[in-house]
Unconditional design. Structure first.
Length: 541
């Protein structure tokens, strides 16, 4: 029995091997081999005639031996998916295909395991750059009520609204202290742990909470006492279950796995549960900050904060797991293609020397695919190690003093993880070029790889140096809303459909109307007085 380690999709590879096994036992395969040998003999005879030398028929005996060794007998094959651990058994696989596939797959997977043991990094079969993607997933799935799910009302009462309660509390208590100057913004941003970050002892200020299915107006100190108890008892377990489901992990082992990742990436001393709660409260702090700016009528600041949060959420929602997106589907196809092309080698073997060259390239093709995993193990080491070193530097007081369990530390770690995940994605997509260059040493391959490493133009220089003249588009889409310092925020173009009230013009019109009526009354009065005078004069005569 031969064992093949599938680095792609083991189920898909099993179906391909079943098809190969079904074809190898038919007369069609033997006919295909006969046609290949016939074509090979004819081509060899013609080449010998043109070159005026005896035909080298001994190469066909070598080809016949290779054919009988590869397709003359069959064997049972066990396929094991290295990512899921599932196994399948396939019978009647040509013994040559089984032997080559087993040898090449064990070589590639075995070297990968040796690399991972020597590097002391998490196994790539657990996920490419798994520590970084897990931290990013935690941040991604704590950005909205939809992502949190039932963690927003962990006590099961639909009238409970933890998000609204925390936004009110943060706006009314910690941010109020910052506005009053009794607490500095730097202290708030760098406080370690959510309990130290959001704690407030204000007694003169009240806030409204929506907890335990009711509405309560409490002082900041009493509200924080209630929130602490509610978070520890209700939110933390619900948050663990929600994040475990969102990241496809077991709820029982997820906190321990996240703790291991934090210990490796951020260093010891960062509690996993504290990190989860701090991540969940971070968007609430941003929303509370926007509400505070709106209450102070700083509409531009409020809009900027809200827009930044929405843009970040949109960007993270569009991202996918790098390994699943770039490498794994490609490995699945090419791995299965190597075995699916085995029946074509039956025809190629019979072509003689030319066919043997094709078979040798076929074997090199399999080696190229199996080199992907060791190379990915090397790039996995570089990415994880680089991120660990940069995140560890954040804790240095001389650099930023931003611990990953503080608001400033989470923001800083987001940037580091985002940068290294982008690098990991580029290296994952470049893996086929790297391995191809190792095998063939082609200048074209090296050029293609260098092209992938070129940076893009991400700077818009027109922001500070606008064009002197631009040509407008055929149709331009207007913005949804417009904001003016005096007019405020309104729907763009709304003034064209809404009724207009112009007080000054109405007042001017009324004044002019009154003046005209006054002049007319004066004229009529003068005319009447003149008429009465004339009549009185005539009567006296």
């Amino acid at each position: 029995m031969f064992e093949i380690y599938s680095i792609g999709d083991g189920f898909y590879l099993t179906r391909v091997l079943n098809a190969v096994a079904a074809l190898s036992g038919t007369d069609d395969m033997r006919l295909l081999a006969s046609v290949g040998f016939l074509v090979g003999v004819i081509v060899t005879m013609l080449q010998s005639a043109f070159q005026a030398r005896a035909p080298q028929m001994q190469t066909f005996f070598v080809s016949l031996v290779i054919y009988l060794a590869m397709f003359g007998a069959s064997a049972r094959v066990t396929v094991e998916d290295v990512f899921s651990g599932d196994t399948w058994v396939v019978d009647n696989v040509p013994i040559g295909v089984a032997a080559v596939g087993s040898g090449v797959s064990q070589l590639g997977y075995g070297v990968t395991r040796l690399f991972e043991t020597a590097f002391a990094t998490p196994s790539i079969t657990d996920g490419y750059v798994r520590p970084l993607t897990l931290l990013q997933d935690v941040r991604k799935h704590t950005q909205s009520l939809v992502a949190l799910g039932t963690a927003n009302y962990p006590d099961g009462n639909q009238n409970t609204d933890l998000t609204r309660s925390m936004v009110n509390y943060i706006n009314d208590c910690p941010l109020y202290e910052i506005d009053r100057g009794t607490r500095s913004w730097n202290e708030f941003m760098h406080a370690r742990g959510w309990a130290n970050t959001y704690a407030s002892t204000q007694q003169a200020i009240t806030t409204r909470l929506y907890l335990n299915g009711g509405v309560q107006d409490l002082t900041c100190r009493d509200a924080w006492t209630m929130l602490q108890d509610y978070i520890a008892v209700n939110l933390v377990p619900a948050l663990e279950d929600s994040l475990a489901a969102a990241t496809a992990n077991d709820a029982a082992t997820f906190p321990a796995e996240l703790q291991t990742v934090l210990d490796n990436v951020a260093g010891a001393g960062i509690d996993a549960r504290n990190y989860m709660v701090q991540s969940a409260f971070l968007p609430l702090m941003i929303q509370a900050n926007a509400n505070a700016s709106a209450e102070l009528q700083d509409w531009g600041q409020a809009a900027m904060i809200e827009q930044a949060g929405q843009q970040r959420n949109t960007q993270w929602a569009a991202e996918e797991v790098l390994f699943s997106r770039y490498v794994h589907p490609v490995m699945t196809f090419f791995e299965a293609f190597m075995f699916a092309a085995a029946p074509l080698m039956v025809f190629a073997i019979g072509l003689g020397p030319m066919g043997l060259k094709i078979v040798s390239r076929y074997l090199v093709f399999g080696l190229w695919i199996q080199l992907w995993m060791p190379v990915l193990a090397i790039t996995n080491l570089y990415t994880v190690t680089g991120a660990e070193r940069h995140v560890d530097a954040l804790r240095d007081a001389a650099i930023s003093n931003a611990h990953p369990d503080s608001i400033a530390g989470i923001f800083a770690m987001d940037r580091v993880i985002g940068d290294f995940l982008g690098t990991a994605g580029m290296l994952a997509a470049s893996t086929p070029f790297i391995t191809l260059m190792l095998i063939y040493g082609s200048a074209y391959t090296a050029t293609a790889l260098a092209g992938r490493l070129q940076g893009g133009d991400h700077i818009d220089e027109k922001i500070v140096s606008p064009s002197l003249a631009t040509v407008g588009p055929l149709m331009q889409q207007s913005p949804g809303y417009a904001n003016e310092p005096v007019g405020g925020t309104r729907a763009y173009g709304g003034e064209k459909v809404l009724p207009r009230f112009e007080t000054q013009r109405s007042e001017d019109s009324l004044v002019k109307s009154f003046e005209a009526e006054s002049r007319q009354a004066q004229t009529r009065f003068g005319q009447s007085l003149s008429s009465v005078g004339q009549e009185s004069s005539q009567a006296l005569r």
